[in-house]
Design a protein around this ligand. Structure first.
Ligand code: ATP
Ligand code: MG
Length: 354
């Protein structure tokens, strides 16, 4: 079942991966819209496949956390109004919030500018067993900083770091850093949301015209739109130089929101399936300790049943309920949970109770 889902997802996302060394020119090299069969008319189908990816994500995230060896870093880059926030919301809708941390990066603070350019991102990296999402990332250092040289000036680099091709050097540094992180067990999933100029215009207009979207509108975004071509060039160069075998970029068509979410969820699910995290297996000694604990707990149940309910310890588990309610609240709950492991039949009843 998981295999079939995985095969479908792998097929779906393959056309959007940037192969290492490929020279990309945007906007023309990748579509911004969904292919016909997934177009707005077939949102229902997209929704079904998205649900399947989201459930796969939830399943694998649990294993990732249990194994506690690998981590996943998801990077979202896009021009304004391409749908980064909505993507995060939908894609992570099914996962345990304890295992995910979202970090959004804005114009650097004075403290951040006092450090090397990767510093603030390094501080927000996910730990083993968890998923980190970067809403904007160190790639801004070769995007907005490239389009607006005043940001580079504010970084107060020594002369040697400004000589030669600053951007090529940064691509190399980023590639090396990502390789290092990958070697350390952190898988990096890079998603570039590719939206068309027309669609951005429509979304800005919506933000102005619909009162409940007014808060999202920023006049600065429209000003930034005037630099559209500069951004497309910076995106193209970034994709051409930083899509690597260990951390490839996906250019996600972002004009159709359900489809964009589908591809984004698919790329993350694909990475998790490739990591294939496994639940730790219990060694012989630990297994013996578990058995012993179970026997002890079961015996306790029988004893209590005897005292509390006045006998019939084998009468279908009813006395257990009495035992649980006689315990202090937390003790009672623990009691039930351990019992669940021992008896599949009892699980349903206990989980209904709690
Ligand atoms: P929203 O969807 O809420 O608008 P956003 O990510 O656009 O989300 P904003 O607060 O509007 O958030 O904008 C953040 C701004 O910070 C962007 O214009 C981005 O280009 C800028 N920024 C991010 N990283 C850097 C950086 N390293 N140097 C300079 N500017 C940066
Ligand atoms: Mg913004």
């Amino acid at each position: 079942m998981a295999d079939l889902r995985h095969r479908r997802i792998a097929q779906l996302i393959a056309p959007y991966r940037v192969e290492a060394g490929r020279r990309v020119r945007l906007p023309k090299d990748f579509p911004t819209d969904a292919p016909g069969k997934f177009g707005k008319a077939d949102a229902k189908h997209a929704k079904e496949v998205l649900e399947s990816s989201v459930s796969l994500l939830a399943e694998y995230q649990e294993r990732l956390a249990a194994q506690d060896t690998y981590g996943v870093l998801v990077i979202l880059q896009a021009i304004d109004a391409a749908g980064k926030d909505g993507t995060v919301r939908h894609v992570m809708s099914g996962v345990n919030p304890q295992g995910v941390e979202v970090s959004s990066f804005k114009v650097p603070s004075a403290e951040e500018q006092d450090h090397d350019y990767l510093w603030r991102y390094a501080r927000r990296l996910p730990s083993r067993g968890s998923i980190g999402i970067f809403n904007r990332s160190y790639y801004e250092e070769v995007l907005v900083v490239r389009v607006h040289p005043e940001f580079l000036a504010a970084e107060r680099l020594p002369p040697a770091s400004k000589r030669g091709d600053v951007w090529r050097r940064r691509y190399r540094e980023i590639n090396d850093w990502e390789r290092y992180l990958t070697d350390q067990g952190f898988r990096i999933v890079k998603l570039f949301l590719h939206v068309s100029r027309d669609e951005q215009r429509r979304r800005f207009l919506d933000r102005i015209e619909e009162p409940e979207k007014n808060w999202k509108f920023s006049a600065a975004d429209v000003k930034e739109r005037a630099r559209w071509d500069d951004y497309q060039k910076a995106f193209s160069d970034m994709l051409s130089h930083t899509s690597t075998a260990w951390a490839p970029w996906y250019v996600v068509p972002a004009d159709d929101k359900p489809y964009a979410r589908l591809i984004a969820a698919g790329a993350i699910a694909h990475a998790l399936v490739e990591i294939n995290p496994r639940y730790p297996t219990v060694g012989e000694e630990a297994r013996a300790a578990l058995e012993e604990a179970r026997d002890e707990l079961l015996a306790e149940g029988h004893d209590r049943a005897g005292t509390d309910a006045g006998g019939e310890p084998d009468a279908g588990g009813e006395p257990d309920a009495g035992a649980a309610s006689a315990d202090p609240p937390s003790g009672g709950r623990e009691h039930g949970r351990h019992h669940d492991k021992g008896s599949g039949k009892r699980r349903g009843r206990h989980s209904q109770q709690h």
